[in-house]
Write a protein that binds this ligand. Structure first.
Ligand code: PLP
Length: 299
C-alpha cells in the first residue's frame, strides 16, 4: 500500500487524499492522465510521457498544472516517499473545480493535479511462457483516442468482458474490421513472412510510449516493421501476436478468441523484442527522446 499521494498541492497520507465533489474530472471526466513506469526506482521514458501529457492537455485546452520541472520534482519525491522500486506513477490532471456546467468555467479554475504510485510484481516465467489470451470486441470509443482522457468507459467494459471470458485483454475492432488497439495496450502481429505490423498512430489509437520506444529500437536494430492497419482475420492467421504497454512492456499473445496464435506458444520474434526492450529499460530507462511523441503521430 503506498503511503503517500499528492493532491491539492500537498503530499498527504494515501488514505486521506481526496478531491472536491465538483472537480470536473469527477463530474464530467474532463481531464487526462499518464501512467509513467518506474524500474528499479528509475523513471522510464519520462520525457515522452510528459510530452504526451502536455499534448493531451493542450488538445483539451487545459493548462499544465505546474511546470514540467516541478512535475518531475513532485513525482520523484512521491517515488522516494513511497519507496517505489518497480511499478508506476499515476498522474491525473483535470480542468479543476467549478459549479457543474458543461461549458469551460469562466472562472478559469486551477487545473487539479493528483498523483499516486503503485508497486507491481515482475511478470513470472510462467506468465511469460503462457502468454496472454485476448478476445475481440467492437471498438465503441470516441474519435479522439489519441488523447489520454480519463473517460474510459468503453475501455473498462471491454476489459471486463475479457476478464469474464478468462482473458487478459480485449482487442478492439473498428467498423472496417480492423484491430485498432487493446483496451489498455497497443496491438501488434507478425505476418507469416516475418514482418512486424502495428497500426499507425492516428486518432483511432493512443500513441503508446512503449510502442514508440519499440519502433525506434526496431529501426535501430534493423527489424522489418510495417505501420498499417491489420484486420481481425489477419490477426487470427498471424504467426505471432503481442501487445505493448508501460506496465506489460512487450507481452506475447498466444490466443485470440480462444484460437491459438501460430503454434500457441509465445513467438520467437516476440520474445526477442521483449528481451531487447527490457534490456533497454534496464540499461538506459529510455528509448524515445523529448518531442518524439509529436513526430510519432505520423508513424
Ligand atoms: N492504448 C491504450 C488505450 C492505453 O490505455 C495504453 C496504456 O495505458 C496504451 C495503448 C499503451 O500506452 P503506453 O505504452 O504509453 O503505456
Amino acid at each position: 500500500m503506498p503511503r503517500y499521494a499528492y493532491a491539492n498541492g500537498r503530499f498527504v497520507p494515501h488514505n486521506q487524499a481526496s478531491v472536491h465533489i465538483e472537480d470536473r474530472g469527477y463530474q464530467f471526466a474532463d481531464g487526462v492522465y499518464e501512467v509513467v513506469p518506474v524500474h528499479q526506482g528509475h523513471v522510464v521514458d519520462e520525457e515522452p510521457h510528459l510530452d504526451r501529457l502536455e499534448r493531451s492537455l493542450a488538445e483539451l485546452r487545459i493548462d499544465m498544472p505546474m511546470t514540467r520541472h516541478a512535475l518531475k520534482l513532485v513525482s520523484h519525491e512521491l517515488i522516494r516517499r513511497n519507496v517505489l522500486t518497480n511499478g508506476f506513477i499515476y498522474m491525473q490532471v483535470t480542468r479543476g473545480v467549478a459549479p457543474r456546467d458543461h461549458k469551460f468555467p469562466k472562472s478559469k479554475p486551477r487545473p487539479a493535479l493528483t498523483m499516486t504510485t503503485r508497486q507491481l510484481p515482475a511478470k513470472s516465467e510462467a506468465q511469460l511462457e503462457q502468454g496472454f489470451a485476448v478476445i475481440t470486441a467492437p471498438d465503441q470509443r470516441w474519435k479522439r483516442c489519441d488523447i489520454k482522457s480519463i473517460a474510459l468507459l468503453p475501455n473498462i467494459l471491454a476489459k471486463q468482458q475479457a476478464a469474464e471470458a478468462g482473458c487478459d485483454e480485449a482487442w478492439l475492432i473498428d467498423a472496417d474490421g480492423n484491430v485498432t488497439e487493446g483496451a489498455a495496450t497497443n496491438a501488434w502481429i507478425v505476418t507469416p513472412d516475418k514482418k512486424v505490423v502495428t497500426r499507425q498512430a492516428d486518432h483511432a489509437i493512443l500513441p503508446g510510449i512503449t510502442r514508440l520506444s519499440l519502433t525506434k529500437l526496431m529501426a535501430r536494430e534493423g527489424y522489418e516493421l510495417e505501420i498499417r492497419p491489420f484486420s481481425k482475420e489477419e490477426a487470427m492467421n498471424a504467426t505471432e501476436a503481442f501487445l505493448t504497454s508501460s506496465t506489460n512492456h512487450v507481452m506475447p499473445i498466444t490466443k485470440i478468441d480462444g484460437q491459438p496464435v501460430g503454434n500457441g506458444h509465445p513467438g520467437i520474434l516476440t520474445l526477442k523484442l521483449r528481451e531487447a526492450y527490457v534490456e533497454q529499460v534496464v540499461n538506459e530507462g529510455r528509448g524515445a527522446a523529448p518531442g518524439d511523441i509529436y513526430n510519432s503521430m505520423a508513424v
